[in-house]
Ligand binder design. Structure first.
Ligand code: AMP
Ligand code: ZN
Length: 492
C-alpha cells in the first residue's frame, strides 16, 4: 500500500507561469489527459520524448498511491496540414499518396506508435480514445457552443467566433498571446474563406466531395476540427474539470488555447487545473520534426543504422539520456550525450547489482532515510529527474565505498537503500535491468549469462551433473566457459 501518498508535489503550471502546489480535484485521484499522436507517419524521437515525460509523471503518481486515470488519445482525423484550418487532412493526404484507405494509414501508424512505446518500456494509458470514435460527442459539443452564441455556421462549416469569445480578454490566457497582436500578425482573408475573422477556427468542416473521412452532422457531411477532438475526449473521460492536461510545448498555441476557449464557450468553465508542457527534443541544434526532415526514428537510433550517430544505443540508454534533462528543458540529441548516458546507466545498473552482495555492519555511515527523502524531494519539485539521478549517483558512490569497506551500512538501511534504488530506477524512471538490444551478439551474451548463473547455482547445490551438462553442451554449441578468480566468462 502507498507509503508516500502525502508527499507534497509542486507542478509548473503554464497557465500561471509558476510552480504551484498540486492539489488534486478529488483527494487520492489524478485525472490526466495528454494529446496523443496524429497517426499519419512513424513517430520520431521528439514525439517519444514528450510521451516519455508524461509516462514518468504517470509512473510517479501511481507510485505515490494515487489512482490515476491517464487518457492519451489517438488523432485519426481532422488534423490539417498547417495545424490549423488550411491544407489537406494529414492522414487523408498520406492515404491518397499511397492509394490506400485512410484507415489503413491509421492502423499502420497506430501499430508503429505502440511498438515504439513498448520498445521504450512505456506503461499503457488507462484509456486511449480515438477521435473518429467520438464524433457524436463532438457534434454535441459544437451544438452547445452554437447555442451559447460563440460559433457560427457558414456553408456547412462551423467556426468558433474568437472575437466574440474574447470580450473578457480570455483568448490567449494560456499562451500569453493577445488577440490584437494576432490580428496584426495574420494575413487578411483572401476572400475565399468562410470565416468572419482569420483568428476564428473550425469546429466542423464541410467535406469536399472527394474527402473520404466524413460523417453526417446537422450542418453538413464533414469532419471535426482537431482542437475540438481533444476537448470532447478529455472531458468525456475525465469530467468537465480535471487535474492535468499535457502535451508538447508546440501545442500550447493554438491547440490548447482553443481547447480552453471551447470549454469556456460550451460549459462556462476552464477545463484544466494544471497545464503542463514538455519541451522539445532537438537534433543538430534545431527542433526535431518530420516536416523539416530534421529527425531520427527510434529504430534507426537503436540499430545504429543512421548517418548521425557513431553506433546504436539501447532503448534504456535513450530513456536514461532523456531523463537526465528536466522535461521542461530543451534537449539536444547528440552522440556524446548518448555515450555519456550509456556509461552512466551502466554505472548505475552495476551498483544496483552490487547492492545484492554488500556486507552489513552495526552502524550506517550515511543517513539512508534522509537520502531517500532527497530522491522524493527532487521528484516533488516538478518532477526534476536530473536532480533525482544525481541523488541516485550519490548512492552509487556510497555503495562502492561500502564494497571497498570504506563505509558501513546496517541491514535495515541496506534494505531501504536497495528498495529505494530499485523503485526510482525501474518503477519511476522506467529503466530496464538488462538493456534491450537489437544486436544478436548482445542477446547471445545475455542468454549465456543466464546459463552461467544457473550453472553457478547448480554447483552451489552440488548438482555437478547439471553444471557439467551446461558447460559441455555450451561447448558443443561452440561456446567455451572459462572459470576464473572473478567469476566465469565465455568465448566463442
Ligand atoms: P503530433 O503527432 O505531431 O501531434 O505530435 C505528438 C506529440 O509530440 C505532441 O505532443 C508534440 O508536441 C510532440 N512533439 C513533436 N515534435 C517534438 C519534438 N521535437 N520534441 C518533443 N516533442 C515533440
Ligand atoms: Zn490535443
Amino acid at each position: 500500500m502507498p507509503l508516500y501518498k502525502d508527499q507534497t508535489i509542486k507542478i509548473y503550471n503554464t497557465l500561471s507561469g509558476e510552480k504551484e502546489l498540486f492539489e488534486p480535484l478529488t483527494k487520492g485521484y489524478v485525472g490526466m489527459y495528454v494529446c496523443g499522436p496524429t497517426v499519419y507517419s512513424n513517430v520520431h524521437l521528439g514525439n517519444v520524448r514528450t510521451f516519455m515525460s508524461f509516462d514518468m509523471i504517470f509512473r510517479y503518481f501511481q507510485h505515490l498511491g494515487y489512482k490515476v486515470r491517464y487518457v492519451r488519445n489517438i488523432t485519426d482525423a481532422g488534423h490539417l496540414e498547417d495545424d490549423a484550418d488550411r491544407g489537406e487532412d494529414k492522414i487523408t493526404k498520406k492515404a491518397r499518396l499511397e492509394s490506400i484507405e485512410p484507415m489503413e494509414i491509421v492502423q499502420r501508424y497506430t501499430v508503429d506508435f505502440h511498438n515504439v512505446l513498448n520498445t521504450f518500456n512505456f506503461l499503457s494509458p488507462s484509456i486511449e480514445p480515438t477521435a473518429t470514435g467520438h464524433i457524436i460527442e463532438q457534434i454535441e459539443l459544437i451544438q452547445n457552443i452554437i447555442d451559447n452564441g460563440f460559433a457560427y455556421i457558414k456553408n456547412g462549416s462551423v467556426y468558433f467566433d474568437v472575437h466574440k469569445y474574447n470580450k473578457n480578454n480570455e483568448y490567449g490566457i494560456l499562451s500569453k498571446r493577445k488577440l490584437e497582436d494576432l490580428i496584426h500578425n495574420t494575413r487578411a482573408l483572401d476572400g475565399q474563406s468562410d470565416k468572419k475573422n482569420p483568428q476564428d477556427f473550425a469546429l466542423w468542416k464541410r467535406a469536399e466531395p472527394t474527402h473520404i473521412m466524413r460523417w453526417p452532422s446537422p450542418w453538413s457531411d464533414g469532419f471535426p476540427g482537431w482542437h475540438l477532438e481533444c476537448t470532447a475526449m478529455s472531458t468525456k473521460y475525465l469530467g468537465e474539470k480535471f487535474d492535468i492536461h499535457g502535451g508538447g510545448m508546440d501545442l500550447k498555441f493554438p491547440h490548447h488555447e482553443c481547447e480552453i476557449a471551447q470549454n469556456q464557450a460550451a460549459k462556462g468553465q476552464s477545463p484544466v487545473k494544471y497545464w503542463m508542457h514538455a519541451n522539445m527534443l532537438e537534433l543538430n541544434g534545431s527542433r526535431m520534426s518530420k516536416s523539416s526532415g530534421n529527425y531520427i526514428n527510434p529504430a534507426e537510433l537503436i540499430s545504429g543504422d543512421n548517418d548521425i550517430m557513431s553506433k546504436g544505443y539501447s532503448p534504456s540508454v535513450v530513456r536514461f539520456f532523456m531523463m537526465q534533462a528536466s522535461y521542461r528543458s530543451v534537449l539536444d540529441l547528440t552522440d556524446d550525450g548518448l555515450m555519456g548516458a550509456e556509461k552512466g546507466l551502466h554505472r548505475l545498473l552495476d551498483a544496483i547489482k552490487t547492492v545484492e552482495s554488500l556486507k552489513t555492519g552495526n552502524t550506517s555511515t550515511i543517513d539512508i532515510s534522509e537520502w531517500q527523502q532527497k530522491c522524493y524531494d527532487s521528484m516533488n519539485d516538478d518532477f526534476n529527474t536530473p536532480i533525482l539521478i544525481a541523488h541516485l549517483f550519490e548512492a552509487v558512490k556510497f555503495i562502492n565505498q561500502i564494497k571497498a569497506e570504506k563505509a558501513t551500512i546496517t541491514s535495515a538501511d541496506l534494505e531501504l537503500l536497495k528498495n529505494t534504488l530499485n523503485t526510482f530506477t525501474f518503477d519511476i524512471l522506467g529503466l530496464e535491468k538488462e538493456s534491450k538490444s537489437n544486436s544478436g551478439a548482445e542477446k547471445l551474451a545475455s542468454a549465456v549469462q543466464i546459463l552461467i548463473e544457473l550453472r553457478k547455482e547448480a554447483r552451489l547445490n552440488k548438482d555437478f551433473a547439471l553444471s557439467d551438462k551446461i558447460r559441455d553442451e555450451l561447448a558443443e554449441a561452440g561456446i567455451q566457459l572459462n572459470d576464473g578468480r572473478d567469476g566465469t566468462t565465455f568465448t566463442y
